[in-house]
Write a protein that binds this ligand. Structure first.
Ligand code: PCA
Length: 199
């Protein structure tokens, strides 16, 4: 059986819950398609997130890497197409501020996801779950982790999926669209099944 490193993120900014955390925790140890899932939660910290990701990759030696992040305000599950070599945005959870900073001085300007993102979107739509490819992961921690993952792992499928808020988060936040936790999790399981079938 192959191994898949599945990462989520801790809460950040005014999002008091990060729905990716519960999803990855519940999927840890499960077998989906040909993959045994190994889950980790990453800090929302420009200094630490990439280093932690690389430590996990070195330790687990996964056959695939999928990172999840919350896109509060989005309506659909959105596999990301591209990560860019930029850190920029609001202060992270430890107050680090990055402005127009290069992530890897020797790295490409951008890396394309090596996940089967079109097939993932098609499967989600078949299952009645709203989905589309996103052409920007932003410049905050999600883009950072997607970029670092693609820069570091050259030979395995690797990429990032943004998800909408859960109902639990939306109740606290008050102004964002939301999905049930079960549907969010079902969508991520479907994406992993598609990856397994596309090997
Ligand atoms: N979403 C943020 C960072 C952590 C998360 O879950 C982002 O989209 O960059």
């Amino acid at each position: 059986m192959k191994s898949l490193l599945l990462t989520g993120f801790e809460p950040f900014l005014n999002f008091t819950i990060n729905p990716t955390m519960r999803i990855v925790e519940e999927l840890h140890g499960q077998e989906i398609g040909d993959y045994k899932i190994h889950s980790e939660v990453l800090p929302v910290d420009f200094e630490v997130a990439g280093k932690k990701l690389i430590e996990h990759i070195d330790k687990i030696q996964p056959d695939a890497l999928i990172s999840l992040g919350l896109a509060g305000g989005r309506y659909k599950i959105t596999p990301e197409r591209i990560a860019i070599n930029i850190n920029d945005g609001a202060p992270d959870n430890n107050g680090n501020v990055r402005v127009d900073e290069t992530i890897q001085t020797e790295g490409s300007e951008a890396y394309m996801s090596t996940l089967p993102i079109r097939a993932m979107v098609n499967r989600l739509l078949e299952e009645g779950l709203p989905a589309e490819i996103s052409n920007t992961a932003g410049t905050y921690l999600c883009n950072h982790v997607m970029y670092q993952g693609l820069h570091y792992t050259k030979n395995i499928p690797s990429g990032f999926i943004h998800i909408p808020a859960s109902h639990e988060l939306a109740i606290q936040h008050g102004k964002i669209p939301s999905w049930s936790h079960e549907d969010l999790k079902k969508g991520i399981i479907a994406c992993i099944e598609v990856l397994s079938e596309n090997l």
